[in-house]
Design a protein around this ligand. Structure first.
Ligand code: G3P
Ligand code: CA
Length: 244
């Protein structure tokens, strides 16, 4: 089972920071998952929400600040507020961190309410760093996935499905993903059913499940034979895998 460090080693360290990614890299993970947005000065930056309020001591939208301004905000977690590796990273900083490592970087593109037009920028950055073989781009925004594929069809893409979205098991997720021409289905554990996994495998699609953070759900994923999981707590998974 492939283990993706969801937002880095985010159980113990501030999510989507260089510190969390460095800590994750010290474990035998398959990949790191992170989320990106775009700054006022058109830099791709790594943060989950489109606003900074929840995780950093500041207010407002990522798109309204320059990278320099974004990096001046301190992390909300008291223990890490003065840690220089716990700022909002640029995607380029993460590329520098992983470029010589043997891992996959899953970049979740989050154009939620904002349309960033970041597709060309991201593809160009991936090419500049020659990371084509290490990148997996995913999104809940299927129009955005199509735009990426039009620009660069030779990268790997994954379609995200949430229990909150319109896609329920009754609407055939596998058929939908096939039409999107992605290589993997990234699915909420609350939406997952055994028949989706079997059908995905019959159609050469990988199934990656998020977010798997409890021993029971890890055991279920092993039993279900999913291809991979996104977890905040990678050490938990390794403990269970070693015992089974
Ligand atoms: O990519 C899997 C997962 O991260 C999607 O949901 O909200 O944690 O970004 P979220
Ligand atoms: Ca994510």
């Amino acid at each position: 089972m492939k283990i993706f460090a969801h937002r880095g080693d985010s159980w113990f360290y501030p999510k989507n920071t260089i510190l969390a990614f460095e800590k994750a890299l010290s474990l035998p993970i398959y990949g790191i998952e992170l989320d990106i947005h775009k700054s006022k000065d058109n830099q791709l930056v790594v943060i989950h929400d489109e606003t900074i309020n929840r995780t950093f001591k500041g207010k407002g939208f990522v798109k309204d600040y320059t990278l320099k301004e974004l990096q001046s905000f301190k992390c909300k977690k008291l223990l890490f507020k003065n840690n220089k590796y716990c700022k909002i990273p640029s995607l380029e900083e993460v590329f520098n961190l992983i470029k010589d490592k043997n891992i996959i970087l899953n970049i979740e593109v989050k154009p939620d309410s904002i349309s960033y037009k970041l597709e060309e920028d991201l593809i160009n950055l991936i090419k500049k760093y020659k990371l084509e073989n290490k990148i997996l781009i995913s999104s809940f925004n299927y129009k955005c996935l199509r735009k990426f594929q039009n620009i660069e069809p030779n990268l790997k893409y994954g379609a995200l499905y949430s229990h909150k979205s319109d896609y329920t098991p009754e609407i055939n997720i596998v058929e939908h993903a096939k039409k999107l021409n992605v290589s993997s289905i990234h699915i909420s554990k609350r939406l997952l059913r055994k028949n989706i996994i079997d059908l995905a495998h019959d159609n050469n699609l990988e199934i990656f499940v998020y977010t798997v953070n409890t021993p029971l759900s890890v055991l279920k994923m092993i039993k279900y034979n999913v291809d991979g999981v996104f977890t905040d707590c990678q050490s938990l998974i390794y403990n269970i895998l070693n015992k089974n």
